[in-house]
Design a binder for this molecule. Sequence first.
Ligand SMILES: Nc1ncnc2c1ncn2[C@@H]1O[C@H](COP(=O)(O)OP(=O)(O)OP(=O)(O)O)[C@@H](O)[C@H]1O
Ligand SMILES: [Mg+2]
Length: 339
Amino acid sequence: MGLFSFTQEIAMDLGTANTIIISNGKIVVDEPSVVALDRRTDKMIAVGEKARQMHGKTHENIRTIRPLRDGVIADFYACEQMMRGMIKMMNTHHRLFSPSLRMVICVPSGSTEVELRAVRDSAEHAGGRDVYLIFEPMAAAIGIGIDVEAPEGNMIVDIGGGSTEIAVISLGGIVSNKSIRIAGDDLTSDIQEYMGRQHNLKIGERTAEQIKIHVGAALTELEDAPEDFIVHGPNRMTALPMEVPVCYQEIAHCLEKSIAKMETAILSALEQTPPELYADIVHNGIYLAGGGALLRGLDKRLTDKINIPFHIAEDPLHAVAKGTGVALKNVDKFSFLMR
Ligand SMILES: Nc1ncnc2c1ncn2[C@@H]1O[C@H](COP(=O)(O)OP(=O)(O)OP(=O)(O)O)[C@@H](O)[C@H]1O
Ligand SMILES: [Mg+2]
């Protein structure tokens, strides 16, 4: 797009945890999916990281909202405000008014008609004139670099904040898919609950996520073990300040149940896969994308358990967005995009 072009083209990964916008092949926005609204006027106060910093620290006149839950829009107004804010963020550098905005947005593969409609409406209200939708696992596969139009089966497991999506792709279409609402956010709340129960320590969502990122693990024995992570917070009973070192083994135990549910979902998706495609998948391995793919030892655990090699996408947090960006460049060619 040149400075004088009349169409601005963007690709958006509207995620439960993070929203990413790609324009001209570059990531121009990468922010947490949070918006802060004025309670009295409903006006947007902040969006993205700025709004996240307010999360859990607001007074009665401000509310911070995560507009998506389990991968789908839960608060329409807030979502629209957030999309507007993020699109604006990207346009601050060059104040060129774009009369027409072409957008490709990805949506969970299990979306209902109503959910698809909701994303499309929000995008149109936020300024999109020409809106295309693409299913997330398809976008992830393209972002990973798979030839999605080949007559070959590939399995993608995208573990985001709100949902884990498992899909088999062949010949430019999704052959089968399975989606469960257990993902990164659930691992975070497992940790939050565990710290209260086991250590009598009261912590917020952000601290729990920090624990997950520093010492989260899917295996109780890691070759590359992280150092213990020191957590500060009030004692649940006495409210006195506490300092608790947390090791990865205990977090692996605390995440066990949720990870086992993801494992079961992957196994059940494999069970439903037609045999010819199954053979391709065993040969190619299974690709992990989404922020959840970064959990220590998850790839090894799944590889050992399922006996098919699991590969972590090169840049798991951005695979879906990257693929959506490629789809944007190919809107006329990719027949699997939805208008
Ligand atoms: N190093 C890490 N280890 C474990 N989990 C991580 C790590 N980094 C990020 N995450 C988790 O990944 C999740 C966010 O991933 P991602 O950005 O792919 O989700 P999303 O696309 O916003 O959500 P969804 O696709 O479900 O709508 C969060 O739950 C975050 O805590
Ligand atoms: Mg996602």
